[in-house]
Structures are given as C-alpha cells and as structure tokens.
Design a protein around this ligand. Structure first.
Ligand code: ADP
Ligand code: MG
Length: 245
C-alpha cells in the first residue's frame, strides 16, 4: 500500500545550517499492516509522515501509494491526500464548525458525496469512535480525547486506504490516552493499513505488526514487536528503550 524508496529530506539550502532530516529511508507497508514508528525526538518521524502525504516535499526519493507515485500538486494530489488520512498530535479540527460539519465538508468537496450520504456516514463514524452524541457541538465543547476521536472519524470519513498517526496521544491528559488508543486498536483489528508514530510502547507491542526504529533521520532497525522490544539489535535501539521502558 505504501512504498518508500531512498527518501531524503533536507531543510535549508545553506550547508552549515541545513538539516538532513531523512536519510535514504526505505519503508514498505502492506495492505492491512500496522507499522509503528518509534525513535527519539528529532529523528525524522514527523517529517516522514508529512512526506507520505506531501505536506512536505521530499528532496529526493520515491513514494508510491497503492502502486501510484505521489503526484506533486493539483487535483491528483488532492485525491491522493484523501486516500491517506492523517491524524496529528494537535487535533486540527475546524474550530468554528460543528463536529458533524468537520466530518462532512471534505467528503462533499473532494469526493463529491451528497450531503445526506455524507451526514449518514458521519453519524456512523462518530458512533464507531464512541462520540455519536457530540455531533452538533463545536470542538471546543469536547474533551481532548473526544476531539482526537473526532479527528480520527473525520479522516475516516474520506474512506482512506491508509491512515497516518503522528503522536496522536501526546497532547492528551493521561486519562484520555486509553480511549484514543482503543479506537486505533479497533481500526487496526478491522484491517486498516496504518503508520503510527507513538511513544506508547504498550500499544506498539500489542497492535503493531512491525516496529520501525528511527534515529538521526535513518531507519535503524525494523522487526516484529517481540524481536524489537525483547532483543533489539543495535546500541541505539537499546539506549532508547532503556530510557523509555
Ligand atoms: P521527530 O518527529 O522524530 O521528532 P522531525 O521530523 O520533527 O522529528 O524533525 C527531524 C529533524 O528535522 C529535526 O532536526 C528538526 O529540527 C528538523 N525539522 C523538522 N521540520 C523542519 C522545518 N520545517 N524546518 C527546518 N528543520 C526542520
Ligand atoms: Mg514528531
């Protein structure tokens, strides 16, 4: 579903200050696979996610989604972005729109879905993430956990082929982390293709098909959760795990 080959991203042109945020990253995510990306702050995890739906332009390398190269711009890009849903640390809901409108706007505009169908789907999805009764509220009237579940439902409303999550629980109060991880777990069990950047090691162990460990812009290790957590192959991974576990 997602193929990344030789992906490089540099920020800034002038050598002394430029940051090489991604270095020759290769990544394959099969249909229905859940890949959890972990690694220290600044290792390039967010940049990788942002390149995957072209919120960031790669410096070099190839990205294919469902066999098709990532288009650089225009309508093709809009369609592709719709195929890859993204959920961020900050919930990014439209604050002046109701929860329901947050879910219906893009499907109507980008997918050409009619209002009645868009609303029916939206209600189904809000029920699925457990906030069916919040549809008429504004985001600010919801808790952080409810807002993040609304953001997940909004991404799902586009019927994406894959979902990217960039630290979706990092901005939440601790008591709300579980409800968001539960929604993600159920999505994974339903067969969604997912790339999840997270520091929630319990989630990684339980839900990931594969863990990708990044450091300094590189993929340093990749393996099953058992292999990675129980017998990491590199010093960098061992050092990281010693700090977070
Ligand atoms: P992570 O998500 O793993 O914490 P990021 O992908 O955010 O890491 O960042 C990787 C590196 O790229 C860091 O050194 C960061 O400072 C740098 N970086 C990220 N975004 C930008 C940007 N827009 N401009 C300049 N440098 C950036
Ligand atoms: Mg990040």
């Amino acid at each position: 579903m997602i193929e990344v080959r030789g992906l490089n991203k540099r920020f800034g042109d002038s050598r002394p200050t430029s940051v090489h945020a991604l270095r020759d990253v290769d990544l394959d995510v099969a249909k229905g696979e859940v890949v959890v990306v972990i690694g220290p702050s600044g290792s390039g995890k967010s940049t990788l996610c942002r390149c995957l739906n072209r919120l960031e332009n790669p410096t070099s390398g190839e990205i294919r989604i469902d066999g098709r190269p990532l288009p650089a711009e225009g309508r093709e890009l809009a369609r592709l972005r719709a195929d890859v849903g993204m959920v961020f640390q900050s919930f990014n809901l439209f604050q002046h729109k109701t929860v329901l409108d947050n879910l219906t706007l893009a499907p109507m505009k980008v997918r050409g879905v009619g209002r009645a169908e868009a609303e029916r789907t939206a209600h189904e999805l809000l029920d699925r993430v457990g906030i069916g009764e919040q549809a008429a509220k504004l985001p600010a009237q919801l808790s952080g956990g409810q807002q993040q579940r609304a953001a997940i439902a909004r991404a799902l409303a586009m019927r994406p082929k894959a979902m990217l999550f960039d630290e979706p629980t990092s901005a939440l109060d601790p008591e709300m982390v579980g409800e968001v991880l539960d929604v993600m777990t159920s999505l994974a069990r339903d067969g969604m293709t997912m790339v999840v950047v997270t520091h929630e090691m319990g989630f990684a162990r339980k839900v990931a098909d594969r863990v990708v460990f990044m450091a300094d812009g590189e993929v340093v290790e990749t393996g099953t959760p058992e292999a990675f957590f129980d017998s990491p192959a590199t010093d960098r991974a061992r050092d990281f795990l010693a700090k977070v576990l």
